[in-house]
Design a protein around this ligand. Structure first.
Ligand code: SAH
Length: 373
């Protein structure tokens, strides 16, 4: 017996608006049909072509034969005591990724993954311990938003809406550039999820050429994972720094701001006891922050099994913040959410198969010496 042929249907979740229009033209339909179907997919969250009642029967049959709407399936859902929700999503082939929803009084933020695992090897992130397996497809990225929107819609006793999306889950989004850009366009498209540009944030460990490419490709908010105020320390915490040191990274941020004057930049800084949380570090950081108008987001370190690091004490965190604020700069402390279900920053692991080989391939591909520490 031969194995069944893989589905040759087009997964419509892989297509942005232009791709949808091209697909509908390819089956002899007008472009506005693509728009109608996008509304069914992203506004009404319908999966079944038969339920798309404003399409003719013949078109519905064509779609049934040629296309599909396929997203990751929920493996496990967990709800934290603080209302944070985490879904472990199953991917074809046995891998799994994690998506997290964080409700706050005035907004609901969805934290979306971009890769299965991650190859960047940041010392303080549990995703790094999983190694890298592969990039997610557009459908797997936008599918996370759709799965969450459906799941949250089922919760009737509370208003739970997705008002913001942050590409801050598993993976380095700028190393999965095309799929991430396409998925972010569906998040912002009126025929997609219709979020304002500034409510979609891409977080990066600092890939300089791709930050430049992003400024040309999308108008979104940028978050940059800084975590250290000098190259010596950052080389250790974020090995990517050996390739793109702080000065180069800040210059890329300045170019991003020049190209996208309306989009904001946030620097993320995870505070680890005795490592990067001393007053001297804060003072060094001020000099860097003065070069790029931005906000500093201080993240108390979230521990995970096997880590060598500890969270800074509350007094150290406040003292660090005060030094920054006293210099007239913006600094907030991110409240830890969902850590009782391992849903907090840096705690997402999913399930990453076959990671060693893929990690090696990945490192060869990006030409990094990320293991060298
Ligand atoms: N690769 C991207 C996005 C994923 S990380 C990036 O590096 O930005 C999302 C954020 O969580 C980053 O700022 C990351 O540095 C932070 N983070 C990772 N591990 C953490 C931990 N253990 N505790 C707190 N924050 C962590």
């Amino acid at each position: 017996m031969t194995a069944p042929a893989p589905s040759e249907k087009v997964n419509l979740l892989d297509l942005d608006r232009a791709g949808m229009e091209a697909f509908f033209e390819s089956i002899g339909e007008k472009r506005w049909r693509a728009h109608q179907v996008m509304k069914w997919i992203y506004h009404r969250l319908v999966d079944d072509f038969a339920a798309m009642t404003d399409l003719g029967k013949a078109l519905r049959a064509t779609l049934e034969a040629r296309a599909e709407i396929r997203e990751p399936e929920i493996g496990v859902s967990q709800r934290s005591a603080d209302g944070t929700e985490k879904w472990v999503l199953k991917l074809a082939g046995g891998n799994a990724i994690e998506t997290v929803y964080i409700p706050e009084p005035t907004r609901g933020t969805l934290c979306v993954s971009s890769q299965v695992g991650c190859g960047l090897n940041c010392r303080f992130c549990s995703t790094a311990t999983q190694g890298f397996n592969r990039n997610l497809s557009t459908a797997e990225i936008i599918g996370q938003v759709r799965v969450a929107a459906k799941a949250l819609g089922n919760v009737t006793h509370q208003v739970r809406r997705i008002t913001n999306v942050v590409m801050m889950g598993m993976g380095e989004p700028l190393l999965n550039f095309d799929h991430v850009v396409r998925a972010m366009s569906l998040m912002r498209d009126d025929l997609g999820f219709g979020l304002a540009n500034k409510r979609v944030t891409l977080s990066t460990a600092g890939l300089v050429p791709q930050i430049d490419a992003l400024s040309a490709a999308a108008d979104v908010s940028l978050a940059v994972s800084l975590h250290a105020p000098n190259d010596e320390l950052r080389d250790r915490l974020v090995p990517l720094n050996r390739k793109y040191p702080i000065a180069d990274l800040l210059a890329a941020c300045q170019r991003y701001q020049a190209a996208r004057p309306r989009s904001s930049i946030t620097f993320e800084y995870t505070l680890m006891r005795g490592v990067n949380d001393q007053p001297e570090h804060a003072r060094q950081l001020i000099k860097l922050l003065r070069r790029v108008p931005s906000k500093l987001n201080l993240i108390p370190f979230n521990p995970f099994p096997g880590t060598e690091f500890e969270r800074s004490g509350e007094a150290e965190i406040r003292a660090f913040q005060k030094i920054i604020l006293d210099a007239g700069l913006l600094a907030t402390v991110r409240r830890t959410r969902g850590d009782d279900i391992d849903a907090a920053c840096g705690q997402l692991v999913g399930k990453v198969l076959d990671r060693t080989r893929r990690s090696r391939e990945f490192k060869a591909r990006v030409g990094e010496k990320l293991d060298a520490a």
